[in-house]
Ligand binder design. Structure first.
Ligand code: 5GP
Ligand code: MN
Length: 359
């Protein structure tokens, strides 16, 4: 093993011991003792890790006898909605009342795959902030906010699903990992690491995945659901986006893909259909930064950023795109029309690649 690799492996080991300290585990036990109604929640526009970590932990807690409700701020994309545990989920966008009504009786709120209440978007964010019970966070983003009462904040983990795996193993042991739990957690780790290509800093995510396989995760079936169940529209949208909407900027070192609403409608866009698209330009030789701009409405544009070769974009997302995220996978929201967002992004990327921005 190389010296640099050894360094990060030691950092992972030190971090995991801090995250799951005897104090944190004892506090977790204390909160759950005597609790009955638990509400889990994941971030807005849930991805595979948000869904996998929430349902994985939800199913474990349900089989331990808790009354579990899960909360998805928006509908769960088809690629992830096949997991067991779907009946536990309230989609806030479609049934806010179910979440509202459960607030008073809730004994603990468990937040997965985000570390700042604002990541669930208003009005759910305000509602969660007022839940009269302890708030537990399990996450892998850097810099958690002070919204929570107990933190399992593990930025060197590959995914929130890996954080859940570690917690479940320490708290209840492998018997708690049923095949349905294994499916959910494997899916979360697989999707957040681009099939084990990035955010894997030590053997831990691979070991977790291997163990989940032994506990019943059907890897071929998971892959088929996630990467082999696209609609024709999604496939054609991909083709069109790469052929007609991608422009290279900053001398070919960065790419911008913009997706106007009309185009999305043309291809019968469904939530989740653009998942992964932002990664594609990074296959181009010499291109290290990719940005996807998706028009939400006449005044706002969602931004996805990806990078490679050690280039860090979460500072850029925070400073120039009202967002944040991981070093090489970040996002945000621009409050401007799409045309202005393209000009803004082009300007920022050119300056960033030229090393003129201090982020
Ligand atoms: P995606 O591009 O897949 O939407 O998001 C990639 C990552 O960027 C997410 O895992 C999350 O960490 C971060 N991210 C996306 N949108 C936002 C945002 O609006 N605010 C913040 N703070 N982070 C975001
Ligand atoms: Mn995640």
């Amino acid at each position: 093993m190389q010296e640099g690799t050894q360094g990060i492996v030691s950092m992972v080991e030190a971090q995991v011991e801090r995250v799951f300290s005897p104090y944190a585990l004892a506090r977790f036990t204390q909160i759950l003792t005597g609790a009955h109604h638990l509400r889990l929640v994941c971030h807005a526009r849930p991805d595979g890790d948000a869904v996998g970590s929430m349902l994985g932990l939800g199913l474990v807690l349900q089989s331990l006898g808790y009354d579990v409700r899960c909360t998805a701020p928006n509908g769960i994309p088809k690629a992830f909605a096949w997991l067991e545990g779907g009946t536990l989920v309230d989609v806030f966008e479609e049934d806010a009342e179910a979440v509202n009504a459960s607030s008073a009786a809730c004994d603990a709120l468990i937040c997965l795959d985000f570390n700042d209440i604002r990541r669930v978007d208003p009005p759910l964010a305000e509602l969660l902030a007022d839940f009269p019970c302890p708030r537990i966070m399990l996450d892998h983003h850097v810099g958690p906010s002070d919204d929570f009462d107990l933190y399992f904040s593990y930025p060197l983990a590959s995914s929130a699903s890996e954080v859940v795996y570690e917690l479940v193993m320490r708290q209840w042991g492998q018997e708690a990992i049923t095949p349905a739990v294994a499916q959910a957690l494997y899916m979360g780790i697989m999707t957040d690491t681009g099939s084990f290509s990035y955010a894997c800093h030590s053997r831990r995510p691979y070991t977790a995945a291997g163990h989940l396989l032994e506990r019943g995760a059907d890897v071929a079936a998971i892959r088929s659901h996630v990467y082999g169940s696209y609609s024709e529209g999604r496939m054609r949208l991909y083709g069109c986006a790469l052929h007609e909407r991608m422009v290279l900027v900053a001398g070919g070192q960065a790419a911008i893909i913009d997706l106007p609403r009309k185009l999305l409608q043309h291809f019968d866009f469904q939530p989740g259909d653009t998942e992964g698209l932002v990664n594609e330009p990074l296959c181009i030789d010499g291109l290290n930064v990719s940005v996807l701009l998706t028009e939400r409405n006449a005044k706002s544009v969602r931004v996805s950023l990806r990078s490679r070769n050690g280039i860090v974009v979460n500072g850029l997302a925070q400073r120039y795109f009202n967002g944040g995220g991981h070093p090489q996978a970040a996002g945000g929201l621009l409050h401007m029309p799409l045309g202005e967002a393209i000009v803004h992004t082009r300007r920022i990327l050119s300056a960033f690649v030229a090393g003129k921005l201090n982020v």
